[in-house]
Design a protein around this ligand. Structure first.
Ligand code: COA
Length: 199
């Protein structure tokens, strides 16, 4: 998929896949613009597994200590992934459009500190928010489906096989094999546990 110069043959954006992004040769990345805000300095800052896909609108907004991983056959329609520690998306996850997965709020609650952070933005290239606020990993288990416009907040783990309804705000962990929805997301139904081998 990647050319020797780490460009994508079909790309509309004149960018490259960062050296520390590990993209399986069977994975699909629609555009290198997804890496415009990727500043990870980790050895594998972004890892995209076998058969996984990331489509237009996906943005890896990853700070220097951040690591993002997409499991095998995971499909990300167009999510903003804000990561200063770790965002893990399991195998066979389906992440719909306009989803936000964030392990850090990036912005201080304190008004004076927030103003100072906004004053830093014009001096950065590209321009981004990067206040030093705590980050807590976000983990999306295998076989999870997250509906469109959903927001998953720092520290949340979504259990294996769970379904998150459209436009949910997920503030606490989601038990495996449940359907959750709403703001804040609450369990609306339990699902039958299905092993990967039955499906
Ligand atoms: C989560 C979802 C799959 C559940 O579907 P379902 O099992 O048919 O759920 P139901 O329609 O029976 O709803 C069950 C209850 O949950 C509520 N509910 C369902 N989805 C909700 C949502 N997104 N937000 C808030 N409440 C929701 C319903 O109002 C209903 O409440 P009630 O029992 O008080 O009447 C579906 O609602 C959804 O959000 N799908 C997302 C689709 C999507 O994002 N597609 C993009 C393509 S990848």
């Amino acid at each position: 998929m990647l050319t020797p110069a780490r460009t994508l043959p079909w790309d509309w954006y004149p960018g490259t896949i960062p050296e520390n992004a590990v993209v399986d040769e069977t994975a699909y990345v629609e555009t290198t613009y997804s890496f415009y805000l990727c500043r990870s300095e980790q050895p594998a800052g972004v890892r995209i597994g076998r058969g996984a896909s990331t489509y237009l609108g996906t943005m890896f907004d990853v700070g220097p200590r951040g690591r993002v991983s997409l499991g095998e056959y995971a499909l990300v329609h167009g999510a903003r992934i804000i990561c200063d520690a770790e965002v893990e998306i399991g195998d066979y996850c389906l992440i719909s459009w306009n989803v936000v997965l964030m392990d850090s709020y990036r912005v201080p609650l304190d008004l004076a500190e927030r103003r100072r952070e906004l004053e830093h933005v014009p001096r950065r290239r590209p321009r981004y928010l990067a206040a030093d606020v705590p980050a807590r990993p976000v983990r999306i288990g295998r076989n999870v489906w997250i509906g469109f416009d959903t927001c998953v907040l720092p520290g949340v783990t979504v259990g294996e096989g769970a379904v998150v309804g459209a436009r949910s705000v997920v503030v606490t962990d989601v038990p495996a094999y449940t359907v959750v929805a709403g703001n804040p997301a609450r369990v609306i139904r339990r699902l039958e546990e299905t092993s990967d081998h039955d499906s």
